[in-house]
Design a protein. Structure first.
Length: 194
């Protein structure tokens, strides 16, 4: 008699546990597919373009990659800039204004190693939503850009007492080839989704 009483207790308990375990799955199915934790960026290929300075004396070349959101809005970018006849080269980073402290520049690294703190960015006052930071591109950094897997742009913002840390990856596949090739006409190419 005691045995059948236990059995009656275990069956409802088992059904209750099974129902609780199945509820999140049923709820997720009702809400549709889950959104990814990280946004899906749409990248342009690395592209090299060259233009003459306003006085026509020098040629300025830029090897650039741009990341947009799934709506086509440019979110962040990086450009490696070389000026004809000058030894100094520079790296220009563009990040969303909301993700950047104005008095602290973004950090960049190749494959999360040996990060470089860039100077405070130039942020326009107006409807623009991006800030631009520039730093010298040393021979060591250039070598890492050509051999690495990803350029990581990290920015910090503050809203009240809360600090937010954002990380923007730019794949480096194709950087060396684009940088060492003759300049393109700047014609748009199909972006790749990552």
């Amino acid at each position: 008699m005691l045995h059948s009483h236990r059995q009656k207790f275990y069956i409802p308990l088992g059904l209750a546990v099974l129902t609780v375990l199945c509820l999140p799955s049923a709820r997720a199915q009702a809400q549709g597919p889950a959104r990814p934790l990280w946004p899906t960026w749409v990248y342009t290929p690395w592209t090299k373009t060259c233009n003459k300075t306003a006085d026509g004396a020098k040629q300025v070349c830029s090897t650039t990659k741009v990341a947009s959101d799934d709506q086509g809005v440019v979110v962040f970018s990086a450009a490696f800039i070389e000026v004809e006849g000058e030894q100094a080269k520079s790296l220009r980073i563009t990040v969303p204004m909301l993700d950047l402290l104005r008095n602290e520049g973004p950090q960049v690294s190749v494959d999360y190693q040996a990060s470089l703190r860039m100077p405070p960015p130039a942020c326009p006052s107006g409807p623009e939503t991006s800030c631009v930071a520039r730093a010298e591109a040393t021979a060591d950094l250039i070598g890492k850009l050509k051999q690495g897997q990803a350029l990581i742009i990290q920015a910090t913002s503050q809203q009240g007492a809360r600090m937010t840390f954002s990380s923007y990856p730019l794949p480096l596949a194709g950087f060396a080839e684009a940088n060492e090739s003759p300049a393109t006409s700047g014609a748009p190419t199909a972006p790749a989704r990552h």
